[in-house]
Write a protein that binds this ligand. Structure first.
Ligand code: MGD
Ligand code: MGD
Ligand code: SF4
Ligand code: MO
Length: 904
């Protein structure tokens, strides 16, 4: 609630979630943030926000925030609070000693696409100029590095050539390996609107799943996972055959076509339809829609990038644009959707191990010389740096002895978690620069440095369309948290004083602007020229697209309009990579493919979205989606617990039938790390990576399911300080075979725990859990039937449930959960509690709750379905129930429900 005695002000800034880069207006009183609305003046969103952006002010629970530096001096000790001077001096001392004893490549930095450009630049200078290592990589390795390779190999520079308007101007749009309805919702809103105004616009979605994005599709190709290269070559084959290529463009602006033409000759429609498992007719339709389009645009994301063939997929897609001359024109071109808010800035400042600032290459001696000269150091390191997967492997084998992690949660997000956790456990010194102390990685940090987060820091970010926006500070960071750039610069100064005593500082950066000003000169005259951009300029003219050289008055909307490419010959290059099947083929032991990806309302490891109970309304817990045929084959039912095994690990999770999946595919959202689902999704995924981009295969892992034999069940709920409860209770859940934690509620939040085990645990563990649930004293009704391993406790205060625990028998969980949600504690409760076995509404113990489809207006799926059954259409539903009238993120799903009823 807004305190009306304080003046509420508005600060324009940028959303900290996805690469759409929406402008937000933050309402605050300098101390607290009260609300967020879309910035009508921002050219990415023109005032709109999605369900995540519009709930930003509800996230960031202070109980979850890292507030003070914390240090431990031995692996077996707990961390304890320290001050910044001691923390950074200690870090500088350990780094200096490690560098002295083992050389520059014995340390590494693992950073993030969610840092600001200024933060990145400080880290890069620290690693390359002072430490003298190229061991600086970022989570963009898991995200965009295949797109980087794709653009550079095919077009000569890492630059998405299009802009958001092109999405509205395209005639045929190919959305491939992107669920933009969930992951880039505001662009999807723009597309919905464009399509409603120009119904002739054709939309093709290529995704093994039928996602909400398919709600706009004229054609959905549910290809076999990993078969994209075959599909693109098959399309080109047909375009050549049907004379739908642009020979003049190919002749004037490209090279390598003859070789590619020879390659795709073998990709006949029959062959491609078989490899992709789609119909020949659909393949023909797809090629025709592309070939006949006046303007053809493609959008892609992780379905292409996160693959052992990620680079090949990217280039094979760009080939289609070059062959048809569909690039450099309004509504045309290959357009990667950037995942994180500033993955682009990371690429610009050189934050992958193989890059240097200004789109330079660490492996290029001339580039190294240019940057070294600009920085005033003798030379930059020539040793190749490590990319994410290899970097953690070198931590694990002891080569890297000090690791600095910032703004990423590798103990959740990296594939093959067993190896990652071993690496983090054994690394002599792990520093973590984090805004939330609750992450999986925080557990492994020897030094935790509290970082300021969204709304509390200042700098710049570049979105998917090359547009640089200002990020502005509204309120002070909580506790002693500091902005990332300032932590990095402070540490760098201290380290320099130890390594090069008496030398002139390389880090004279009093403000983030001073970092940007130094950085931007490294872009001068290059493809991404930002020399004309400054914070003030963006304040005056609004967010701008690079290149924006000094003296320019406007940014560059579109690249390559002149057909000139930044390659040695000025020509774009056709790339002739053959299709290769995904590395983990299905076999008898692992007959299914595990696909992973986003939910609508959660962000990655959920350190932020996992603090807002209402963001669990859409999907309330970790559930594995399984195709109904596969379920039937294994005689499994909705809600059954299964043991999901891959070659690297296993975990237990409930399943749910989902006919949007191909048979043979299962899907688990990427968000459920070990904190929320014991084990965590990436226990299963594979570290195999693309040979060029080194981006790991996060979309396909061979798995098998077995029914989990865990008859003993536990269900617990406690309201109040949910983050503190979660932190306290999660370690105890280690004892169970299955444990899943989540939040429920809207105005008031509760932590919910579901667990299962082969047999009842010892009484001491339950007693410990009861104590943390506040069930060991006070107004608690209890029922125990030790013979059957059954025990129930409900705490009732002021006539409402405040916590409860059901053990051994959990049939009443939904009923009790609803009583809590409704704030009731009916009389029958007491009678029920004393009954030997529950006779209360006996639904399946792990049945999924009714979900909240529209989060803004709190409208449930059952309410919407009931409306549809009464014959209401989308507009009437909006009018009568209010659903879909705010952010619109739920509209595709509502349409899907309507269509379900429409199809008899
Ligand atoms: N709500 C939400 N939005 C986000 C994020 C978030 O965490 N939550 N994260 C942001 C980030 S960092 C990123 S990278 C983006 C990711 O955005 P997206 O890439 O759109 O999201 P994903 O769900 O990871 O994967 C997209 C789709 O790829 C499909 N896919 C899997 N394998 C294949 C394949 O072999 N071929 C094809 N063609 N498709 C395949 C999956 O079925 C999935 O539907 O989202 C950004 N936006
Ligand atoms: N199975 C599977 N795994 C995946 C993926 C997948 O599709 N499937 N996708 C991959 C992709 S594309 C990505 S991008 C990664 C994302 O993986 P991560 O980078 O691990 O994701 P986040 O949870 O966003 O981590 C960012 C961290 O920074 C913290 N933070 C927030 N703001 C600040 C700040 O201002 N400063 C600092 N220092 N810290 C801050 C947050 O609390 C959070 O813990 O996951 C990858 N992992
Ligand atoms: S689409 Fe949503 S998550 Fe992405 S930047 Fe905009 S408001 Fe933020
Ligand atoms: Mo990403």
């Amino acid at each position: 609630m807004t305190d009306l005695s304080l003046p509420v002000r508005t600060t324009a800034s940028t959303c900290c979630y996805c690469g759409v880069g929406c402008g937000v207006l933050i309402e605050h009183d300098d101390q607290r943030i009260y609300g967020v609305t879309g910035d009508p003046a921002h050219p990415a969103n023109f005032g709109r926000l999605c369900s995540k952006g519009s709930s930003l002010h509800l996230t960031g629970d202070l109980s979850a925030r890292a507030l003070y530096p914390e240090l431990r001096l031995g692996k077996s000790l707990p961390r304890s609070r320290t001050d910044w001077d001691s923390a950074l001096d200690h870090a500088a001392q350990v780094f200096a000693r490690t560098l002295h004893e083992y050389g520059p490549d014995s340390v590494a930095f693992y950073i993030s696409g969610q840092l600001l450009t200024e933060d990145y630049y400080a880290f890069n200078k620290l690693a390359r100029a002072l430490v003298g290592t190229n061991n600086i990589d970022s989570n963009s390795r898991l995200c965009m590095s295949s797109a980087v390779v794709g653009y550079k190999r095919s077009l000569g520079a890492d630059a998405p050539p299009c802009n958001y308007q092109d999405i509205e101007l395209a005639d045929t749009l190919l959305i491939v390996g992107s669920n933009m309805a969930y992951a880039h919702p505001i662009l999807f809103r723009r597309l919905e609107q464009a399509k409603s105004q120009r119904p002739d616009m054709k939309i093709i979605v290529v995704d093994p799943r039928r996602t909400d994005t398919c709600e706009l599709a004229d054609l959905h190709l549910a290809i076999q996972g990993g078969s994209d290269v075959a599909l693109f070559h098959g399309i080109l084959h047909l375009l050549i055959w049907d004379e739908q290529i642009d020979r003049d463009y190919i002749e004037a602006h490209t090279e390598g076509f003859a070789e590619l033409k020879a390659l795709v000759r073998d990709y006949t429609p029959e062959q491609v339809a078989r490899l992709c498992d789609i119909s020949i007719e659909d393949l023909h339709t797809c090629a025709r829609l592309i070939g006949q389009a006046p303007a053809f645009l493609s959008l892609w994301c992780m379905g292409l990038n996160q693959s052992t063939a990620g680079s090949a997929k990217n280039s094979a897609l760009i080939n289609l644009h070059l062959a048809t001359g569909q690039i450099g024109r309004p509504g045309a071109g290959p357009f990667s959707l950037t995942g994180q808010p500033n993955a682009m800035g990371g690429r610009e400042t050189g934050s992958l191990s193989n890059l240097l600032p200004g789109h330079r290459e660490a492996g290029n001696p001339e580039h190294r010389r240019e940057v070294a000269e600009y920085w005033g150091v003798d030379a930059l390191p020539a040793n190749p740096g490590l990319s994410a997967v290899d970097l953690f492997e070198q931590v694990r084998n002891g080569t890297i002895k000090a690791l600095w992690i910032a703004c990423t949660n590798p103990a959740q997000s990296m594939p093959d978690q067993t190896a990652i956790r071993q690496a983090l456990t054994s690394c002599p010194f792990v520093v973590l620069q984090e805004a939330f102390h609750t992450t999986e990685t925080a557990h492994y940090a020897d030094l935790l440095l509290p970082a300021a987060s969204w709304g509390e820091k200042q700098g710049t970010v570049t979105n998917s369309e090359r547009r640089i926006s200002n990020v502005r500070k509204a309120i002070a960071a909580p506790g002693e948290a500091r902005a990332d750039w300032s932590i990095t610069v402070d540490f760098a100064r201290r380290l320099q004083a130890r390594l090069l005593p008496g030398s002139a500082t390389l880090f004279d950066f009093p403000t983030p602007e001073s970092l940007f000003d130094e950085y931007k000169q490294l872009t001068r005259g290059r493809d991404l020229d930002q020399s004309g951009i400054s914070r003030d300029l963006i304040d005056r003219l609004g967010p701008q697209q690079w290149p924006f050289p000094e003296g320019a008055t406007a940014g560059t909307a579109r690249l390559y309009a002149d057909g000139l490419f930044p390659t040695a010959t000025g020509r774009a290059r056709f790339v002739s990579d053959a299709y290769a099947a995904p590395v983990e083929r299905r076999d008898a032991r692992f007959p299914l493919t595990l696909n992973t990806g986003r939910l609508r309302d959660h962000w990655h490891g959920m350190s932020r979205t996992g603090t807002a109970a209402r963001l669990f309304g859409h999907v309330s817990e970790a559930v594995l989606s399984v195709n109904p045929d596969d379920m039937q084959r294994q005689r499994l039912q909705d809600g059954d617990l299964v043991q999901l095994h891959s070659r690297r690990g296993s975990l237990v999770v409930p399943i749910s039938a989902d006919d949007s999946l191909r048979a043979g595919h299962v899907y688990l959202p990427m968000h459920w790390g070990d904190r929320f689902l014991k084990g965590g999704v990436n226990q299963l995924t594979q570290p195999a990576y693309d040979p060029l981009s080194k981006q790991p295969e996060l979309k396909h892992a061979g798995v098998r399911l077995e029914r989990a034999n865990l008859p003993w069940r536990l269900f617990a709920l406690i309201e109040g300080d949910v983050q503190r409860h979660l932190q306290a209770l999660r370690p105890l859940c280690e004892a169970f075979g299955y444990a899943s934690l989540s939040l429920i509620g809207r105005e008031c939040a509760a932590l919910v725990i579901r667990a299962a085990h082969p047999a009842p645990p010892d009484a001491a563990l339950l007693a410990q859990i009861d104590q943390l649930l506040n069930l060991d004293h006070g107004p608690v009704i209890a029922y125990d039937d030790p013979k059957h391993g059954v025990g129930k406790r409900v705490r009732i205060e002021h006539n409402r449930i405040t916590s409860l625990r059901l053990a051994g028998e959990t049939l009443a969980q939904h009923w009790l959960q609803n009583l809590w949600l409704e704030g009731r504690a009916d009389q029958p409760l007491r009678r029920w509690m004393l009954a030997p076995l529950s006779s209360e509404p006996g639904k399946s113990a792990f049945q999924i709750r009714d979900k909240v489809l529209c989060n803004c207006m709190n409208v449930s799926q059952s309410a919407i379905s009931a409306g549809i059954e009464r014959g209401l259409g989308l507009d009437e539903l909006k009018q009568q129930l209010g659903c879909g009238t705010q952010c619109g993120s739920c509209v595709p799903e509502i349409k899907r429900l309507i269509n379900l009823v429409a199809v008899p």
